[in-house]
Design a protein around this ligand. Structure first.
Ligand code: GAP
Length: 463
């Protein structure tokens, strides 16, 4: 059994060694809270994004996909409340000048900081004699705005100040009128977006859990205000279904109702979906009822009409919003944590990723048993071509001996290995040439005829 810390170390090192996730800027010492996705991590991420779009856009009639700009102007983010209020409580170690999240220091000391003002946090740190992790005195707590600011063009006046968006959601709200005018949707309808968001986190930590550059998958679902309770329950089910579908361990997923004092002031109900990461139970997704707060604010600041007129009843109102919000990086960490498994095969410990085939970077790996027998390699190439044309993400693996290949494919979560061997070429059975299929989770093997391979995998991969 691994301790939680060991598990995290193993996941991080697997991600680096097998090309899933690298520290960004590593060559130059690394950028804290920013990661690059390598070849396999990119495939995993892409599979999740494609499944999300399939489930929440393609298979529905009422949701539109959007890809809005990452850079947003100051006025839009002032309207949304981010310029004035998107901040975390910051406190300095007076000796080293290192900065910490005051709420995290209180939590670490067993004090619940939820609902505390900045002054109350300062007082609580003092009253409880809480020191910095280095053992030094702390200064006063202050607000630190998390948005990354930039400048558009050469002018230094404030009209060209812009920000990297802190959430994809605002790109949806500022496009409400465009969507209405171009697509003419009827309520209820959703706008779904996958994209990067940026938060200058004070203490990024826990690998890809708390990032400064993150990716979100968000839906703003516009509804009639009377309908919010039904819609909230519906989306709660959808989020559970989604989690199960992509292989999140449902025994490690908890719905946590957020109390009034901790909810954003405009939200009448919020549920956090928390996951049991190796470093504790923390937020994975959020589901919030945002009311009409965002559209009203943008309407006020942009002096625009952001409304809806019911074609049957003639009633005009500002739609309300249910927001299922899912962090993609946290999804990946939850999937990896759920999938990481160790067992014993032939007396040796092996580690593998029990990924669901729908998210696995490669669905199948194809190998010639040996590299130096022309006919075997040729046949293996033929099988590889057939499977790749049908299933796309298929790996060719002829490195090392077959045992090593199995170990490598196990570690990256490939559900099936197909091996072309001497029996495949057995001339007595040329019409029913078979290959060996080895299953990742059981390490068991079976023989299947090449003619049956496509159907066999269509069924196994549920395609
Ligand atoms: N539009 C609502 C919104 O952005 P949030 O709870 O701040 O709400 C939504 O973020 C989701 O984005 C979270 O549930 C989490 O999955 C992800 N997320 C937020 N901050 C993150 C960070 N610093 N690093 C990685 N993921 C983050």
């Amino acid at each position: 059994m691994n301790t939680d810390e060991q598990l995290m170390e193993k996941i991080i090192s697997l991600c680096k060694n097998r090309g899933f996730i690298f520290q960004a800027g590593e060559l130059y010492g690394g950028l804290s809270g920013i990661y690059d996705y390598g070849p396999l991590g990119s495939l995993l991420k892409n599979n999740i994004k494609n499944l999300w779009i399939k489930k929440f856009v393609e298979e529905r009639r009422d949701t539109y996909l959007l890809d809005s700009a990452i850079i947003m102007g100051e006025k839009a983010l002032t309207a949304s409340g981010h310029v004035g209020g998107f901040s975390d409580p910051l406190v300095d170690d007076v000796k080293t000048e290192k900065e910490y999240r005051a709420d995290h220091l209180l939590e670490d000391a067993g004090i619940n900081p939820e609902g505390m003002s900045i002054d109350e946090m300062s007082q609580a740190l003092k009253d409880n004699n809480i020191l910095s992790p280095e053992g030094n005195k702390l200064g006063d707590v202050r607000e630190f705005n998390l948005m990354l600011k930039t400048q558009l063009g050469s002018s230094s006046d404030s009209s060209s100040t812009a920000y990297l968006r802190p959430e994809t959601a605002q790109g949806i709200f500022v496009n409400y009128k465009n969507i209405m005018d171009s697509m003419h949707p009827k309520l209820p309808f959703g706008v779904a977006q996958i994209g990067k968001a940026y938060r200058n986190e004070i203490t990024p930590r826990n690998f890809i859990f708390r990032l400064r550059e993150l990716e979100q998958m968000e839906i703003e679902y516009f509804i009639h205000p009377d309908d919010w309770k039904n819609q909230f329950d519906y989306w709660r089910e959808e989020m559970n279904e989604w989690s199960e579908m992509i292989g999140i361990d449902m025994n490690k997923l908890y719905e946590v109702e957020i109390g009034e004092e901790d909810r954003a002031h405009y939200s009448e109900r919020t549920i956090d979906f928390e996951f049991d990461y190796s470093f504790g139970q923390k937020e994975l997704f959020g589901l919030a009822y945002r009311g009409d707060y965002d559209l009203k604010k943008h309407a006020e600041y942009a002096k625009a009409k952001l409304q809806y007129t019911d074609p049957h009843r003639g009633e005009t109102f500002v739609p309300h919003v249910i927001e299922p919000s899912m962090g993609l990086d946290r999804t990946i960490l939850a999937i990896l944590t759920s999938a990481y498994t160790e067992d014993e095969v032939d007396g040796n410990t092996r580690s593998y990723l029990a990924l669901k085939p729908n998210v696995a970077p490669y669905k199948i790996a194809v190998s010639p048993l040996v590299k130096n027998k022309e006919h075997i390699v040729e046949k293996a190439n033929e099988v590889f071509g057939i499977l790749k044309a049908e299933f796309g993400n298929v790996a060719w693996d002829d490195n090392g001996n077959v045992g090593k290949r199995y170990r490598r494919q196990d570690e990256i979560g490939t559900p099936f290995c197909v091996v072309v061997d001497y029996d495949t070429l057995d001339e007595d059975h040329a019409d029913f040439a078979t290959v060996s299929i080895r299953h990742r989770d059981t390490a068991e093997q079976e023989r299947i005829s090449i003619d049956e391979l496509k159907n066999y995998f269509k069924e196994k991969l549920s395609l």
